[in-house]
Design a protein around this ligand. Structure first.
Ligand SMILES: [Mg+2]
Length: 228
């Protein structure tokens, strides 16, 4: 029997959850089409059209999240493109405060991201948040994107955790759906994943505005446990 901690395991997504998705929006929606057009000597409009077709084909797959895949497919060095603008990588409101709180209160803190290992590595270096996590996994290493059950099965196999005593926070609904199907009980989305876009009005999951909103949720749950 795995030795589960009494405290719930808190699993965070990275981009759009702990980190501001405005960076990824800039890289993938703004800069990437420009670089693609330059490389392939086409108009920006043609570039957008082609990349949108790729989007349809590969969205939510491991390929979609792979710098190596894109570099090979479109001949644009997307990792270099990301690193070139690394100064734009930013933490979301309450990111350090929530990680500090959880660490001080002995919660197991995990990071589960679809970012490939290369992107994950440079973002961790840029933000300095790696030290907070007990477990850090990239879907590239696990061989399945988080949108699929295989990811959760593999994660459970490598790092056993109690789905009934776990919180998972992710800005992508499809990922939350897959976590729900796997049995994770406490699921939260993010109200404003990108500071450059409007906050969401609705979501099928409760949404955190600042990440420290999670503190009162955890405290309430601890209180309820006392009377259970
Ligand atoms: Mg995300």
């Amino acid at each position: 029997m795995p030795n589960y901690s009494d405290k719930p395991t808190i699993i965070f997504d990275m981009d759009g959850t702990l980190l501001d998705l405005a960076y990824d929006d800039f890289i993938w929606n703004h800069l990437f089409p420009i670089r693609y057009a330059e490389t392939h000597h086409c108009t920006l409009e043609q570039s957008h059209r082609t990349l949108s077709e790729f989007h349809q084909e590969h969205n939510h797959t491991l390929n979609w999240y792979s710098s190596r895949f894109w570099s090979a497919k479109v001949k644009v060095d997307v990792l270099a493109m990301q690193i070139e603008h690394k100064h734009k990588v930013a933490k979301r409101n309450g990111c350090l405060a929530i990680l500090q709180y959880l660490k001080e209160n002995d919660y197991p803190i995990w990071l589960a991201t679809n970012a490939d290992v290369a992107s994950l590595t440079f973002k961790l270096k840029e933000t300095g948040i790696a030290e907070y996590f007990d477990v850090i996994v990239s879907s590239e290493t696990l061989g399945h994107a988080k949108e699929f059950n295989g990811f959760w099965q593999k994660l459970q196999e490598l790092h056993p955790f109690d789905v009934n005593n776990c919180y998972f926070i992710d800005d992508t609904e499809k990922v939350l759906n897959s976590a729900k199907q796997f049995g994770i009980q406490n699921l939260y989305s993010i109200q404003q994943p990108s500071s450059a876009k409007e906050a969401r009005k609705t979501c099928n999951y409760p949404m955190l505005d600042v990440l420290t909103d999670l503190i009162s949720i955890l405290k309430n749950s601890e209180e309820l446990k006392k009377y259970a």
